[in-house]
Design a protein around this ligand. Sequence first.
Ligand SMILES: Cc1cc2nc3c(=O)[nH]c(=O)nc-3n(C[C@H](O)[C@H](O)[C@H](O)COP(=O)(O)O)c2cc1C
Length: 444
Amino acid sequence: MAEQKRQIKLAAHIHATGHHVAAWLHPRSQIDAGRNAKHYLSMAQTAERGKFDLMFLADSPGIREGNLNALRRWPQYNTYFEPLTIFSAMAAVTEHIGFVATASTTFMEAYNLARFFASLDHISEGRAGWNVVTTAAKEAAANFGKDEFMSHAERYARAHEYVDVVKGLWDSWDDDAFPRDRESGIYFDPDKMHRLNHKGKFLNVAGPLNMERPPQGHPLIVQAGTSEDGKNLAATIADMVFLMEMSLDSAKRIYKDVKERAVKFGRQPEDLLVTPGMATIVCKTADEAKRQHEFLLSKIHPEVGLEIIRTQMNYVDIGKLDIDRPFPKELIPTDDSTHSRRTRELLAQNPGTVREMYERMSVARTAPLLIGDPIQVADQLQQWHEERGADGFIIQPAYLPGGLDDFVDLVVPELQRRGIYRTEYEGTTLRENLGLRRPASVYA
Ligand SMILES: Cc1cc2nc3c(=O)[nH]c(=O)nc-3n(C[C@H](O)[C@H](O)[C@H](O)COP(=O)(O)O)c2cc1C
């Protein structure tokens, strides 16, 4: 029998109405998506029909502040479900697909977080995952009684300790700690219960958790930072790294970099899956996809366009820009933050007017744009995968649910035909489907 080709992993990144800033103005988006549970349940079923490994929900505990004149036309960040809550409902209407929820190491107590994710892993019978974020949004701090915002380095130092605490809490009980034996009358075995008694620089947590060990041992751990601190965190703790790289070359560099770092930390390269974001508009014909893209571009209000740029530029004052002139050179950021690096790469690739700059970023900011027919889109995915810029992808449809339907109906069969994507789920848990092992308890 011919050896099976290396398989692409797929995540559906769901942004209420879609990833384009004007998605809500597209007729194939759900206009009230952010508070419409049926919309989410139905998309979970669509993604499962397309054999996606997982769905991913981004999150921040606060609205996005900025120019409200612009933001009133860009609803993406101001009304949407808390991920764990909506995933619990999605788990009830699906059997295979995994659920990766974003939760913050800066703004949630570690005990609560460990408990929520252990619960979701039991509710979904082994399909939960945690996107570990340190939350860069300054406006969130004010919702948690914090006036001072932690530095980047401090947030990451806390994240390392925090993830260890959460894993320790998940391991509070050995896998066989609950005999539930009616004959002997013993429900649990105290010798198989572990108290964490953690006292650290940032956290003091006693444990144990009031929930037995999750079906996956530890829910999947995802991380998306690409600064030095971010990559070190990913290489130490993550099962999956989300990227947002514009070019195959930079994706290949980071792919190699994080896998080498993982090996330095005593892990195997295949313990860590690398999945870049890809913004998609796929239609039966390339012309039709181009028309859909042009429709969305025609719906971007210039105020929104400038707000996209401000967001990408860490909210520095960009003054009044003439959108039909080139982006002023003196405003190009020179610092080494992740956002600034991406802005420089974007401007190097697209040295056009301010309008062209925000149009380029209007779908999923700096993610590559896959706009075309199923063959063209599949070609690009296959190339990134084969050349080791990716183990899989986070698919970011421009409008939802229409864009997810199209991907599942058009691109998935093409990937399957090429033998690089599953036709059936391999396992029952998210880790099994991703080919990742179940972690041993820290007490084993
Ligand atoms: C695909 C992707 C999804 C992300 N989702 C979130 C999110 O939901 N919430 C959040 O606060 N940050 C999110 N981030 C930001 C990252 O966690 C990280 O802060 C950012 O990439 C900057 O990296 P750095 O912190 O290493 O500088 C995301 C990043 C990427 C690439």
